[in-house]
Design a binder for this molecule. Structure first.
Ligand code: 6PG
Length: 241
């Protein structure tokens, strides 16, 4: 696994770098295939998505991109909590990506059914290697408690699930989530963490420096076997490195 840590002065520079990752990935995708991206949720990606919508609507061959999600809240797609709705409003409605290439997690469904359905969706629409669906680029965020996607420290066992997607639960709110699991994360060709802001600095340092107790941090278990691991940080989130 090759790990790259890139530190940026601002979200614009970070977004330019992220856009370049997508652009080169799409350009290197063989004719007849699609470039599959799993989007992360939360607030951090929103500014990146908005930047892509503003500056890269015409620069990326969006018709060669397939969009999935790393995780989703178990809410309807029009809920303010929905990761799908956030991505739709900040990016997908602004770029020429065919609706048939957007594969949202059915947050409105029964959670166990949604996890099983999305596992099937991944198997049907992605390359499968050793029984594991392979994302070309999988985005992840970092929680201040070391969670990533919706794998929280108190349910870290989900990281080791044999199922590509599982039902999770937010430790404070109890909100049910559908989350990608560790084996699928670690089979992605490129995994991109995006973390910004001073509040993430301590956890970024804990994860990247594998400080004592790192084994209890889901984000620290991300270790793509053959893929590339990229951390995109702003200076505030990188302050502890
Ligand atoms: C979610 C995300 C979650 C998020 C982190 C960071 O559905 O909320 O998948 O893992 O990436 O909690 O969230 P912020 O970017 O809002 O800090």
């Amino acid at each position: 696994m090759k790990k790259h840590v890139q530190i940026f002065k601002n979200i614009a520079d970070l977004s330019e770098y992220f856009a370049a990752l997508i652009m080169s990935g799409v350009q290197n995708t063989p004719e007849g295939r699609s470039f599959s991206i799993a989007l992360s949720g939360g607030s951090t990606p929103k500014a990146v998505f908005e930047y892509l919508a503003t500056h890269f609507a015409d620069q990326i061959a969006w018709d060669k991109v397939q969009v999935f999600w790393s995780d989703e809240r178990c809410v309807p797609p029009d809920s303010p909590e929905s990761n799908y709705r956030m991505a739709k409003e900040s990016l997908l409605d602004c770029v020429p990506i065919p609706a048939g290439r957007i594969f949202r997690i059915p947050g409105e469904a029964d959670p166990a059914t949604a996890a099983a359905q999305y596992t099937e969706t991944a198997h049907q629409n992605l390359i499968v290697s050793n029984g594991v669906p392979v994302f070309d680029l999988l985005m992840l965020g970092l929680g201040e408690d070391g969670h990533t996607a919706s794998i929280f420290p108190n349910n870290i066992h989900l990281f080791h699930s044999d199922h590509p997607f599982e039902v999770a639960e937010h430790p404070q709110s109890g909100q049910q989530r559908i989350t990608v699991t560790g084996n699928t994360i670690n089979h992605a060709n490129v995994v991109v963490f995006i973390a910004t802001g001073a509040a993430k600095a301590e956890m970024v340092a804990n994860v990247l420096a594998k400080k004592p107790g790192w084994e209890q941090l889901p984000a620290a278990l991300v270790n793509p076997e053959a893929g590339k691991l990229v951390w995109l940080l702003d200076e505030a989130a990188a302050a502890g490195l």
